[in-house]
Design a protein around this ligand. Structure first.
Ligand code: IPE
Ligand code: IPE
Ligand code: MG
Length: 242
């Protein structure tokens, strides 16, 4: 039996977990006759604003899609620049002195540059004791890859006798995904006008409310976030009930 969730009116409520597909950086730059990477740099400014605002609002979890498993198919210069940007921006993504924010990363780190993955581990450890918002960044993340890696780990445990087939439950699978310990997404926001999931958190989005806006990510700010939260707070979540 799937987990039972209560029928919830979201009136006046904030999501516990908000996720963002930060899309539209390239188009934002193109409109200004600038290279796509300029759009990514501007996108980081929006990201910082949104992390701070989400933290001020005491939303416990926020996940940001920064680089998908499919984004390796972009031109090499763009991929290199994005990786450089992650490495460089991690050092002041949040104000580590004053902001009570915990950092976490999801995605397959094995394909990332060692220096970058070490830095990710460092900030995860440094902020592990923080009690405020968990800001989670998806880098080299694919929803299918997440599930495939989870199945690989499950099958090893089955093979070695640590698990029986009847032990496999929805809860166990959730706990073994990259987002283990983080509740499912309540609200997914995608900027940039496309209405698709693009291999983001496939399992974790099963019952999420979806919000799509045309605003390009570098233009997404606190007031755009407010609109998304207002939309969420007007919804009724039924989880299959009547
Ligand atoms: C999203 O913006 C950022 C990443 C995928 C890293 P895009 O780069 O996809 O921007 P558009 O969709 O081409 O405008
Ligand atoms: C999704 O955006 C990935 C990230 C925002 C990191 P894309 O721009 O890669 O998605 P598609 O290709 O339009 O589906
Ligand atoms: Mg895009």
């Amino acid at each position: 039996m799937p987990e039972k969730r209560d029928l919830v009116s979201t009136e006046g409520a904030l999501p516990k977990h908000i996720a963002f597909i930060m899309d539209g950086n390239g188009r934002w730059a193109k409109k200004r006759l600038m290279p796509r990477t300029y759009g990514h740099r501007e996108g980081v400014k929006s990201l910082k604003k949104i992390i701070s605002r989400v933290s001020e609002l005491n939303i416990p979890y926020a996940t940001f899609y920064a680089f998908s498993t499919e984004n390796w198919n972009r031109p090499e210069e763009e991929v290199t620049e994005l990786m450089r940007l992650f490495d460089e921006q991690l050092d002041d993504l949040v104000n580590y002195q004053s902001e009570n924010i915990r950092l976490r990363f999801i995605g397959d780190r094995s394909a990332l540059d060692k220096k970058l993955s070490e830095k990710m581990g460092y900030y995860e450890r440094e902020t592990a004791g923080r009690t405020g918002t968990t800001a989670c960044f998806a880098i080299n993340y694919g929803g299918r890859d997440d599930i495939a890696r989870c199945l690989r780990s499950l099958s090893l445990q089955l093979r070695d006798g640590f698990l029986r087939p009847e032990d496999i439950s929805e809860g166990l699978i959730s706990s073994l995904l990259d987002t283990g310990g983080i509740p499912d997404v309540d609200l997914l926001v995608r900027t940039g006008g496309e209405k698709r999931i693009s291999n983001f958190l496939l399992w974790q989005l099963a019952y999420s409310e979806l919000y799509f806006c045309d605003c390009l990510w570098p233009d997404f700010d606190e007031s755009e976030l407010e609109l998304a939260l207002e939309s969420y707070s007007g919804r009724q979540r039924r989880f299959g009930r009547v």
